[in-house]
Design a protein around this ligand. Structure first.
Ligand code: PLP
Length: 439
């Protein structure tokens, strides 16, 4: 095992620390995963926020197996289409259910789908002679790791080392972080100063800002849930200034926020919608960039080809998994279960508030962030002596802490008893942390 571990290089991982405390998983079922020594962990984060329908879900495996047994298994979308891609694209357009979002471009993950969205917007703006090509993103934003997506990285520190190679055309607006409001204001007197920061940037760069990319809830930035009307205000500003509005629902799509897509619940209409993560049930790599009919027609009218694509984007097996996902999450009982779970989740979170370390709990549907502080008045961020994920493992929890924020993404298929189990373990974990912080 030591020799095998020596050959693997994992994403975002301090490999020396990993070598000291390796976690090698062998088996998974529903929300529970097991390592090679047989230890059980409750997966509170749906793996990397992408296995929202439970590990080992038979519906997906059977659908992929049928594709393997009876139909095309390998083909790219270069110069030829195939039935699985046609089927998934048309079903996805129906599921998104927006009169404008009608054209689907497939890729193999979130970063690729974001990259696609940015390049569609850039080429679209060029075709229609819209001068300027600045892209606005938000502070605390996360849109992926490729150099384009990384140029829209708003999390402090996460660009380090790559700064010199990122695009100078990307500029940051304020994050809607009410708990740590950049203006020191509070709702509703703030009058959405964070959203208005986009208008200030537009005034500073007259005519130059052509694209905005945002997450409906900032995920990796610390689960920042914007105040009511925030997205609508951004949408209004984009319309007023003819700015392409890209909504990155890689994390929030497919019921994660309690709605099919966050944009529907918020009453906004993006020009481009970016999807990935859970869209294959978390079993195969898949991303999609859903583009408005108007943008697509502009390419056609100008006789322009979109010069972009990847070999594996929209491959038949991933598309079969994407179809399985639409079948699974379109069942009325799925939505009903999600709605019930949102309430149970909220109650569980509420019961954690008594821990002194808990400064803020931000929840949207079935995603939440618990921000840990050493002082609730000064909001001094809690700095653990040892990695929180490692401490959590002792309590049988798989967690993905982001700095001083513990993120929770329970599976949307979790049973009531497994959800209770999760909160019992979390309570013990926070109790332990509290005890350690007082030492
Ligand atoms: N967009 C958002 C909002 C994300 O959270 C992520 C990943 O976490 C991405 C894009 C990139 O997705 P991927 O890791 O599949 O490249």
């Amino acid at each position: 095992m030591a020799q095998k571990l020596d050959c693997l290089w994992m994403p975002f991982t301090d490999m020396q620390a990993f070598a000291r405390d390796p976690l090698v998983l062998q088996k998974a079922e529903g929300p529970y995963v097991y390592d090679i020594d047989g230890n059980e962990y409750l997966d509170c984060i749906s793996s990397l926020w992408h296995v929202g329908v439970g590990h080992g879900n038979r519906h997906y495996l059977d659908r992929i197996k049928a594709q393997l047994d009876g139909a095309l298994t390998s083909a790219s979308l270069f110069g030829s289409a195939h039935m699985a891609a046609l089927d998934l694209a048309s079903r996805l357009v129906a599921f998104v259910d927006d009169a404008r979002l009608r054209k689907v471009f497939f890729s193999s993950g979130g970063s690729e789908a974001v990259e696609t969205a940015l390049k569609v917007a850039i080429q679209y703006n060029k075709i229609r002679g819209r001068g300027g090509d600045k892209v606005v993103y938000l502070k605390r934003a996360y849109h992926g790791v490729t150099l384009g997506a990384l140029s829209a990285m708003g999390i402090e520190g996460d660009r380090m080392g790559f700064e010199a190679h990122l695009s100078r055309e990307f500029i940051a607006a304020e994050s809607p972080h009410c708990y740590r409001c950049p203006y020191g204001l509070s709702r509703p007197r703030c009058e959405l100063a964070c959203a208005k920061s986009l208008e200030r940037l537009i005034a500073q760069h007259p005519g130059e800002i052509t694209t905005l990319i945002v997450e409906p809830v900032q995920g990796a930035g610390g689960i920042i849930v914007p105040p009511p009307d925030y997205l609508r205000e951004l949408h209004r500003i984009c319309r007023e200034h003819d700015i392409v509005f890209i909504l990155d629902e890689v994390v929030t799509g497919y019921w994660r926020t309690g709605a099919r897509f966050a944009f529907q619940a918020e009453g906004v209409a993006p020009d481009i919608l970016v999807l990935s993560k859970g869209m294959s049930g978390g079993v195969l790599p898949l991303g999609a960039t859903v583009v408005s009919r108007e943008i697509f027609d502009t390419f056609t009218a100008a006789d322009e080809v979109f010069m972009h694509g990847n070999t594996y984007g929209g491959n038949p097996l991933s598309c079969a998994a994407g179809i399985a996902h639409l079948e699974f999450v379109s069942r009325p009982e799925f939505a009903a279960r999600v709605h019930a779970l949102v309430g149970e989740f909220a109650a569980g979170l509420e019961a954690l508030k008594h821990h002194d370390l808990v400064g803020d709990i931000r929840q949207k549907g079935l995603m939440a962030g618990i921000e840990l502080v050493t002082d609730r008045v000064t909001k001094e961020p809690y700095k653990p002596q040892r990695p929180l994920a490692l401490l959590a493992r002792r309590h049988g929890l798989l967690l993905r802490p982001l700095g001083n924020v513990i993120t929770l993404f329970p599976m949307m298929t979790v049973t009531p008893s497994a959800l209770v189990d999760m909160f019992v373990r979390l309570d013990a974990f926070l109790h332990d942390l509290g005890r350690m912080s007082k030492r």
